[in-house]
Design a protein around this ligand. Structure first.
Ligand code: ZN
Length: 128
C-alpha cells in the first residue's frame, strides 16, 4: 500500500486522510495550506485538521494540461463551512458539476516532482 504523502498537507487519522491546515487563535482565521504565522494579524497559528465535507465554490475545466495529465480535468475551490476556508483542489470529474454542490475529500495517487508515487487529495461530488 502506498504510504508516501506530504505531512504538511495530509495527515492520517484512524486510517482516514485529513487535510492539514492552521488556525489563528487571535483572529480566528484558517489557512490552507497551513502557515506558521498568521498573515492577518502576525500571531503564531495552531495546526488543525479540516472537515472532509465542502461545497463547490468555483471551478474551471482544463482541456490542455501538463505533460502526463489526462485531459480534460477540473480544478477549483471548495469551501469548507465548518472551518470557514477555501481549499484549492483537483476534482474527481469534470462533467455535471455545479456551484454550491456538496463535495467530499477523497485521496488519489500522483507522481511527485521526484518521479515517486504519493498520496494526494481531490474533492468528489456527493451524489445521493
Ligand atoms: Zn490572526
Amino acid at each position: 500500500m502506498l504510504m508516501n504523502y506530504n505531512p504538511r498537507i495530509l495527515k492520517k487519522v484512524n486510517d482516514e486522510f485529513r487535510l492539514v491546515a492552521s488556525s489563528c487563535k487571535s483572529c480566528n482565521k484558517t489557512f490552507f495550506p497551513k502557515v506558521d504565522i498568521c498573515t492577518n494579524c502576525g500571531n503564531k497559528t495552531e495546526e488543525i485538521l479540516l472537515d472532509t465535507k465542502g461545497i463547490l465554490y468555483s471551478y474551471t475545466i482544463a482541456r490542455v494540461g501538463p505533460l502526463g495529465y489526462q485531459t480534460p480535468y477540473a480544478f477549483g475551490f471548495v469551501y469548507i463551512p465548518k472551518n470557514d476556508v477555501l481549499v484549492y483542489s483537483l476534482l474527481t470529474e469534470y462533467e455535471n458539476l455545479s456551484i454550491g454542490m456538496e463535495m467530499e475529500l477523497v485521496t488519489c495517487e500522483i507522481t511527485n516532482e521526484n518521479g515517486q508515487k504519493e498520496v494526494f487529495y481531490k474533492f468528489k461530488p456527493v451524489r445521493l
